[in-house]
Design a binder for this molecule. Structure first.
Ligand SMILES: [Zn+2]
Length: 256
């Protein structure tokens, strides 16, 4: 039996999967995926994802406020819900910084303030952070290090390797999505990152191998293949390494 695969960042609660979520999860299982980390963007997704997780044993829940939302009231609701459901969660996410969509300085200040709250909460509750950092890789890493974050996954990191180095040294992880097949920047990054910090993700329904097609967890196999090719090792070795990495970050809770 090959070791199982884990998709460490998906939006599988999204209504775009309502019509065929069962089939999507069946294809994931057929591809060897045992668990999917399901993140939130807004607070109103929490009830839905809790209900879905009752029906789908593969679901591993993460609650967090998407970094472009900048709503302090909602952030407070998130903090309360994360505390209330601590035992059901494997992570806080997705949270982070986004300097692509948020360009005004005062909004960026709010964004840092909200992200800081989630970083501190992760430390307090000993939960990993599932981090978004679009056009903000170095800013996010700097803030995480400054506040002493220990359990961190940088999802869809779009920064340079030079910016990622401090995060690797701090023991942070980087998840690789299937969009790596169409991104030289991602291939360059993965080529330079040590295998000991790599995880698999899909960010379903986006970041698929083809931009115009809905992405799904079975496609972690695509990321796996590209990592093996870049590192010049067999797929089985990558599979074992990313499995170990995933369990190191998330603990046994990720396996169910
Ligand atoms: Zn996402």
């Amino acid at each position: 039996m090959p070791v199982p695969l884990i998709d460490t960042h998906t939006h599988l609660g999204d209504p775009v999967f309502d019509a065929d979520r069962e089939a999507v999860l069946r294809r994931a299982a057929a591809a060897g995926v045992c668990s999917v980390v399901v993140v939130t963007e807004s607070h109103d997704e929490i009830a839905r994802n809790l209900a879905l997780s009752e029906r789908h044993p593969e679901f591993r829940l993460a609650f967090g406020q998407y970094p472009t939302r900048l709503d302090r009231t909602e952030a407070r609701q998130f903090v309360e819900s994360i505390r209330a459901h601590r035992e059901r969660l494997v992570a806080i996410g997705e949270v982070g910084l986004d300097r692509w969509k948020v360009q005004e300085e005062d909004q960026r200040t709010t964004q840092r303030e909200l992200f800081s709250q989630f970083i501190d909460l992760g430390l307090e509750l000993d939960l990993p952070l599932n981090v978004h950092s679009r056009s903000a890789g170095s800013h996010a890493i700097e803030l995480l290090l400054q506040r002493g974050a220990r359990r961190v996954q940088m999802h869809a990191f779009d920064g340079k390797h030079s910016k990622a180095k401090a995060a690797v040294e701090a023991g942070y992880f980087f998840s690789v999505s299937p969009s790596i097949v169409r991104s030289n920047q991602q291939r360059k990054l993965v080529n330079l990152l040590p295998m000991g910090c790599l995880l698999l993700e899909t960010d379903s329904p986006v970041l698929g191998p083809l931009r115009e097609e809905r992405n799904e967890p079975a496609n972690v196999a695509v990321s796996l293949g590209v990592i093996a090719e870049l590192k010049g090792v067999c797929v089985e070795e990558v599979r074992e390494r990313v499995f170990d990495n995933t369990v190191r970050l998330y603990g046994e809770a990720i396996l169910g």
